[in-house]
Design a protein around this ligand. Sequence first.
Ligand SMILES: *Cc1c(COP(=O)(O)O)cnc(C)c1O
Length: 227
Amino acid sequence: MDIASNLKHIKEEIAASLIKSNRASNDVTLVVVTKNRDISEIKEILNEGHFILGENRVQELKEKYDKLPQEVEWHLIGHLQRNKVKYITEKVRLIHSLENYSLAQEINKRMDSLNKPMDCLIQVNVAQEKSKFGLKVEETIPFIKEVSLFPWVKIKGLMTIAPEVDDPEEVRPIFREMFKLFTSIKEARIPSVEMKFLSMGMTNDYKVAIEEGANIVRIGSAIFGPR
Ligand SMILES: *Cc1c(COP(=O)(O)O)cnc(C)c1O
């Protein structure tokens, strides 16, 4: 398994999906998901000049943060517990998984003491899978309106994890619904809320996600090999 050539291949595939959708070739940010991967594997990514990485667990992010260069831009993509917020506030560029009020409250409190804002995406569970976190579609706008009142929590977009399916075409309607929601929030012009990032698409479904408007994809196995 050659990590560097897998990364190149994925970048080419992303570019091809963008061309197919008549979008600019730099319109998607790739977050390389490093969960369960060791430092030497991750260094192969950095050696290719790619520094945007995602972790889904706080503990793992903390450990890797200390062992990797400062240039890495870390994204927290997995479920975040209130009591773990304090460990990541100075380490991450973007939290993809804001989905409850008390978490927003805690992020606000911690960022207040640092005197700087935190960029967050709101996690939506479109398919309402019990195994996954996230708001229902119809809960999303009221939630954003409440959270937008916290001065240190900056809402920058939405994130979803689609159900696991064999054929990615099966989840196209989910991505389509996310894009619709993203657009309607944009049009609602909620003060201090920006709909800039739509984080959706993983190894099995990123092409479909890009075709439906994703501008952040989170990819692990297609780069590092199966977990
Ligand atoms: C693991 C994970 C990914 C990447 O999944 P792959 O199928 O390995 O590409 C993306 N997003 C989240 C939230 C994850 O936990």
